[in-house]
Unconditional design. Structure first.
Length: 123
């Protein structure tokens, strides 16, 4: 164990003995699950920042759109609306099952425009 780990453990144990953790919010409830358990630990902060700024990975965007289309199907009032939504849902599910496209140096045009607009606002 590294020295910093020992110091941290010692301070945590001391605070625990002094009762510093007794009246914390959420005591007795389970901790929230990590929202990206399959993302390497060194990339999680970057993923969280991108997600919070509205830049989701393509797979997450597809899942979000699938949920939206499923809601549209549930609320559809006509057969035509339902058919169109079901076709869209099938396409989205196919895209999700197909997996991520190899991107190489190609940047999605919509993403590039959003990124450029954001950088223009800052600079």
């Amino acid at each position: 164990m590294w020295l910093i780990d020992r110091l941290a453990e010692e301070r945590i144990r001391k605070a625990q003995e002094e009762g510093a953790f007794d009246d914390l919010d959420g005591a007795g409830r389970p901790l929230p699950l990590e929202d990206a358990p399959l993302v390497p630990e060194e990339l999680r902060v970057a993923y969280r920042i991108l997600r919070n700024s509205g830049h989701l990975p393509p797979e997450a965007e597809l899942r979000r759109e699938i949920r939206h289309v499923e809601e549209l199907i549930a609320c559809a009032t006509s057969v035509e609306e339902r058919r169109a939504a079901v076709r869209r849902l099938e396409l989205l599910r196919w895209q999700l099952a197909r997996g991520p496209r190899p991107r190489g140096l190609h940047i999605d045009e919509a993403y590039r425009e959003r990124l450029q607009a954001r950088l223009d606002r800052r600079g």
